[in-house]
Design a protein around this ligand. Structure first.
Ligand SMILES: [Zn+2]
Length: 465
């Protein structure tokens, strides 16, 4: 066999390839040239066939494809701004005021902080949820950290805000404004950019058929995904039904507004008929188990993610926002999804550790329209992978590496994260940006935003200073 040239070989690891056969290599290696994987095999085979400029010894730790977080809001600087005792309406009103007030430096701080938090948790690709005020600036900041991602245009909506809630002054619900901005981020999709554009509406009943149709057509013609929030709780389901005269997914199917390139987030409140429409459309469902449980959306009891998954629907995992989803940590989302599925079905066999990896890697890759490029460790795909350590109490003794990863280690075992062939996280630090500088920016932004919005800590217990 002729010699394969590589820039980097990651060797001596338990490789979970997530290829079509879901092969694992007990003592395997991955060779990388430029931004792509060029060879995967046993350590011995790769040593005999690959000539690499440098090597990383995984020391027996797990090597797996990077996680894909398919619904994130870049606003982790908002942590603490919403009292834990506040209900969801107060939370949403704080977000509205936050989104109406952030300036470029705030969004840069939040994006940098978000991206390094995701990298630290093994996420190598994200899908932003359409709530950036300065998407160009955010795309630049995200790329600085070395993460891969997709972003859309901000706050596209045109159905008037229901009485009793507040409109965002910066982004009025206006069809002309939304149609003008729609597709603006698709300009990124030339060559092989780390940050790509896709079509994103805010959703949750805030788009007319006309706006949804424009979004769907644009995503079809540009071969990108169309994403939006959908059916978070029973209130959304009934509001859509009242407005449309029938359940939302039934209405969308009637009007050709759903298809394989549609990736809708939450989808907690669906009828059996709607779940069947989702299956028939071949679309992706983004599951945010921590958000739905944390906000008391009743999803753990009523949602059909498990049923849709078993019916063949592509399901992915997402962290959503800092207040609702707690952490930008797909491993946590997967474990909570597993636990809630078992609790709901009263069946331990309902959801497995392998399912968590499926949703976090291939499921996410398909949901962002990139399964042919990411989501598994195979030659020809982008070199987006996570290397884990075994030097951890939770990782010992090594028996089943997949169970150890999902149940006991979580993000603690993440040692190195490679995106696009480059190390983006290593030894507890981001590799391409300085964490201390980002923390400074985040603290400054927090001070500015709290002063601007007259926020104060809740302080349930006496604080001695
Ligand atoms: Zn969201």
């Amino acid at each position: 066999m002729s010699e394969i040239q590589a820039d980097l070989v990651v060797r001596n690891g338990f490789v979970i390839t997530m290829n079509d056969a879901r092969e694992c290599l007990e003592r395997g290696a991955v060779a990388i040239l430029g931004n792509k994987i060029v060879a995967v095999g046993t350590d011995r085979d790769i040593a005999g066939t690959v000539k690499a400029k440098r090597a990383i010894d995984a020391q027996g730790g797990v090597i797996h494809p990077g996680f894909v977080d398919t619904h994130v809001h870049f606003m982790n600087t908002v942590r603490g701004a919403v009292p834990d005792s506040a209900d969801t309406s107060i939370m949403m009103n704080t977000f509205r005021r936050w989104w109406d007030s952030v300036e470029e430096e705030d969004e840069r701080a939040a994006t940098l902080l978000n991206c390094i938090e995701m990298l630290s948790n093994g996420t190598t690709c994200f899908l932003e949820a359409g709530t950036l005020q300065f998407p160009d600036l955010a795309a630049e900041a995200a790329a600085e950290t070395g993460i891969r991602g997709l972003i859309g245009d901000p706050f596209l909506w045109d159905v008037p805000t229901p009485a009793g809630t507040h409109a965002m002054t910066r982004a009025p619900r206006d069809r002309n404004r939304s149609l003008k901005l729609l597709g603006g981020q698709l300009k990124r999709n030339k060559g092989e950019p780390l940050i790509r554009g896709c079509v994103v509406l805010f959703g949750l009943g805030s788009a007319s058929d006309e706006l949804m149709q424009a979004a769907k057509e644009l995503s079809d013609s540009h071969q990108v995904i169309f994403s939006q929030h959908q059916s978070f709780d029973t209130h959304d389901g009934s509001a859509d039904e009242h407005r449309l005269g029938k359940r939302a997914m039934c209405h969308y199917a009637d009007h050709d507004l759903v298809g394989e390139n549609c990736t809708f987030s939450h989808m907690n409140d669906l009828t059996a008929d709607e779940a069947e429409i989702v299956r028939q459309a071949g679309m992706s469902v983004v599951w945010c188990p921590v958000t739905s449980m944390n906000l008391g959306a009743g999803a753990a009891k009523h949602a059909r993610h498990l049923e849709m998954l078993r019916a063949g629907v592509n399901v992915s995992l997402a962290s959503d926002g800092a207040v609702s989803g707690c952490r930008y940590d797909i491993g946590l989302q997967g474990l909570v999804g597993l636990l809630s599925s078992r609790a709901k079905s009263e069946n331990k066999l309902a959801f497995s550790a392998e399912d968590v990896l499926e949703l976090a890697t291939r499921g996410g890759a398909q949901a962002v329209g990139m399964l042919d490029q990411i989501g598994s460790i195979e030659p020809g795909k982008y070199a987006d992978l996570v290397i884990r350590t075994t030097d951890l109490p939770e990782a010992q003794p090594i028996t089943d590496p997949i169970q150890a990863l999902v149940y006991s280690c979580g993000s603690k075992s993440i040692a190195t994260v490679i995106v696009n062939g480059e190390i983006a996280w290593s030894g507890g630090q981001p590799a391409r940006v300085e964490a201390a500088m980002i923390y400074d920016l985040a603290r400054s932004s927090r001070r500015r935003m709290w002063a601007k919005l007259s926020l104060a800590p809740e302080g349930k217990w006496p604080l001695l200073v």
